[in-house]
Design a binder for this molecule. Structure first.
Ligand code: SF4
Length: 352
């Protein structure tokens, strides 16, 4: 049986202006019929859950769906993995303790979806035109996991289809979700890369909440690979604790076996998926993220001791604590060797 993670919101806010768009009206009708009854708001940036603090405020924000109109249509850059962020969704229903959104969204990460999808995609195509004849790559998961809300918006399916028809456009997004079924039969033309974020079971059990387990992610990865999508894997965050070599080694073994069993790399009705790419992201944290994590998850066992790390100023004006250079070297050598042995032709895009 395939389990699908769909966000079941506890409450829904819909911006008044969103009702001028067919998707906004559809969502209003849908939630009015199925519940929870939607509440009209003036602006999707002004949502509040009065009286809630700490874990409660965070957990309830992650069950709150806000439907709005995306006003800012100038896209942020997204180096090193893409040229631009594609703003389809903000936040996600998952509750990973280490989430990078702790720094940017803070303690109340409401899930926002945007109904003016055609305007967002038209804008993306203008960016593509400007950069022609070069290819332009858009990242759909820079501030979210966009897959859990796909059953409400169809935003990924629409983007994949439009980009599939656009010679110079490429789309990529990362997910921990497994609700990939609506994407499998689309004419992606090899222009979309679906990346899965993975970690060993011990890390998932300790630090990731309200997201599918490893089996479900591996099964979803195998299904997208069999549908001819370019596949990728984020091993993130890599946490150097306990026998991390054995745990990450077993994870890579399991992934290779899942892809082999799915016939990845063989011709299917929708094409042949090229070898996967890997993005390796070691655990890091900002002082702001540490403060938020300890407020929301006071019992966390995440390694947040600054004395075993090195401090680095980042490009966005704030610093973070990273593993030391000698640890990074060891991680790099370990993954390069294992990936080369298990995934012939696979490329490690970066290790940070
Ligand atoms: S799934 Fe990704 S975006 Fe969602 S909480 Fe976990 S790390 Fe953050």
């Amino acid at each position: 049986m395939i389990l699908v993670t769909v966000l079941r919101p506890a409450r829904v806010f819909i911006e008044e202006r969103a009702l001028d768009y067919p998707l906004g009206k559809d969502l209003w009708d849908r939630f009015s019929a199925e519940g929870p009854p939607p509440v009209l708001i003036g602006s999707h940036n002004r949502v509040g859950l009065p009286g809630m603090k700490g874990f409660k405020a965070y957990a309830e924000a992650k069950r709150t769906l806000v439907v709005g109109v995306r006003k800012t249509l100038s896209f942020q850059s997204c180096r090193p993995s893409a040229h631009y962020q594609l703003p389809l969704v903000t936040s996600c229903p998952g509750m990973c303790e280490y989430c990078y959104l702790m720094t940017t969204l803070g303690p109340r990460p409401y899930i926002r979806v945007y109904v003016n999808l055609d305007e967002i995609l038209d804008r993306a195509l203008e960016y593509v035109e400007k950069r022609a004849p070069q290819v332009t790559i858009f990242e759909g998961a820079a501030t979210s996991d966009p897959l859990p809300v796909e059953p409400y918006t169809g935003a990924l399916a629409r983007t994949i289809t439009v980009f599939g028809r656009t010679a110079l456009a490429r789309f990529r997004f990362a997910t921990k979700d497994d609700g990939v079924e609506p994407l499998l039969g689309l004419e992606h033309n090899g222009h979309t890369s679906v990346r899965f974020s993975l970690n060993p079971r011990t890390v998932i059990r300790r630090h990731e909440h309200r997201v599918p387990d490893l089996e479900r992610r591996l099964a979803a990865a195998a299904r997208t690979a069999a549908a001819g999508y370019t596949g990728g894997f984020l091993i993130a965050p890599i946490i150097l604790e306990g026998d991390w070599r054995a745990e990450y080694g077993a994870l890579l073994d399991e992934l290779a076996a899942a892809l082999r069993a799915a016939g990845a790399g063989e011709r299917t009705a929708t094409g042949v998926a090229p070898p996967p790419t890997f993005e390796l992201i070691t655990h890091r944290f900002t002082p702001k993220a540490k403060k938020t994590i300890l407020t929301i998850f006071p019992g966390t066992t995440l390694p947040l001791d600054e004395t075993s790390r090195r401090w680095k100023m980042g490009q966005f004006g704030y610093g973070k604590y990273l593993y030391r250079p000698e640890d990074m070297e060891e991680v790099g050598a370990f993954f390069e060797e294992r990936i080369a042995a298990l995934f012939p032709g696979a490329e490690v895009l970066y290790l940070v």
